[in-house]
Design a protein around this ligand. Structure first.
Ligand code: PMP
Length: 355
């Protein structure tokens, strides 16, 4: 605390991201990135853009990218907002739709950025505990005072909530915005995106960091009723109208258009996820049924923090959360088949040494 700090900064505890270590030989399975590089068409588009107009500002309304995202989702461009990673889109959404004095709800546990934004913008919040099996207690989100936000599938639990329950939440919050954070939806069954045509209070937020392999480029987007999108534009244009740079825009356009590459890599990740789940169960892990590109696992005998440390000593980075309700679990990102073979071999060896 410093006398020069605003009260917002003083009360905020910043988000602590997963370790971002760039080290030769490190198997990085801790922040849910895609193990596959982006489509070659993305790289070509960025290279092409490099030779163009970097001395000129990008278009603030990012029209072409919004058109392409709209086309992919069978929506209109006025229903699409793009931002610098979905973290930025979420921050703008908190500012646009939630406010001091009205309590919002989100699950405990879920994405740890939500309480950070709430504190920074002075928005009171209520954390709704998950059910004992970690599923979302969807009926506890009805009639909120100030709005609702939750990830689907949830993070870090990896569990998916069916659209019929999402509709229940939306219909039972007629005067508030319901934000569904679909960071991992492309690894799951069905998105809620098309519901924005029916519900004016639904905002769906997605990212290109996971299924499009573009974590390094920082592209996120939201879809919703044009009234909601206009509110997001008001917030954005009051901070930084040019929030996406020209290279990111060019790369994102190419990524959204290369549908084949997207389907191919997503399918590979899902296939790997399924066999890794089976293998982990064989060596004594409980694995929650994942609809994401990561697994949330617990060993029947060995402490999760101990497994995290053992793997780190072997140059494999996973994520362990020091939160009481989930401290016995470890979150592991799905890598390539080769990465996951290394993981399973290492785990098997470590577990043998412990016995
Ligand atoms: N929402 C959830 C649930 C996430 O796990 C993440 C990634 N950590 C994000 C949003 C943010 O993703 P990005 O800013 O890379 O788009």
């Amino acid at each position: 605390m410093n006398k020069f700090w605003s009260s917002a900064v003083a009360r905020t505890e910043p988000y602590v991201p997963g370790e971002q270590i760039e080290q030769e030989g490190l198997l990085k399975l801790n922040t849910n990135e895609n193990p596959y590089p982006p489509s070659p068409k993305v790289v070509a588009a960025i290279q092409d853009e490099l030779g163009r107009k970097l001395h000129r500002y990008p278009t603030p309304s990012v029209d072409r990218l919004r058109e392409k995202i709209a086309e992919f989702n069978q929506l209109n461009p006025e229903q699409v907002f793009v931002g610098n990673g979905s973290d930025e889109v979420l921050a703008f959404s908190f500012m646009a739709f939630f406010e001091p004095g009205k309590t919002i709800r989100f699950p405990a546990v879920s994405y740890s950025f939500y309480p950070v934004y709430a504190k920074l913008f002075d928005i009171p919040y209520e954390e709704v505990p998950l059910n004992r099996d970690f599923s979302l207690a969807w009926d506890k989100f009805f009639q909120s005072d100030g709005g609702v936000i939750f990830p689907n599938p949830n993070a870090p639990t990896s569990l998916y909530l069916d659209n019929k329950h999402i509709i229940d939440i939306i219909e039972n919050n007629p005067n508030n915005v319901v934000i569904v954070d679909e960071a991992y939806i492309d690894f799951a069954k069905e998105s809620a995106v098309h519901l924005v045509n029916n519900y004016e209070n639904l905002l769906v937020v997605q990212t290109m960091s996971k299924s499009r392999s573009l974590a390094g480029l920082r592209i996120g987007f939201a879809v919703g009723n044009p009234n909601l999108i206009e509110a997001l534009n008001r917030v954005k244009n009051s901070f930084n109208s040019y929030t996406l740079d020209r290279l990111a825009i060019a790369g994102a356009e190419a990524a959204i258009m290369d549908v084949d590459y997207f389907h191919e890599t997503t399918k590979k990740v899902i296939h790997t996820r399924e066999w890794v789940t089976a293998e982990l169960k064989k060596v004594g892990f409980t694995v929650l049924p994942s609809d994401t590109n990561f697994l949330f696992i617990r060993h029947y005998k060995i402490n999760a923090n101990e497994i995290y440390q053992m793997l780190k000593e072997q140059n494999i980075l996973t994520r362990h959360f020091n939160r009481p309700s989930i401290e016995s679990y470890l979150r592991i990102t799905i890598g390539t088949d080769e990465d996951m073979t290394t993981l399973i071999d290492t785990l098997t060896l470590c577990l043998c040494q412990k016995n």
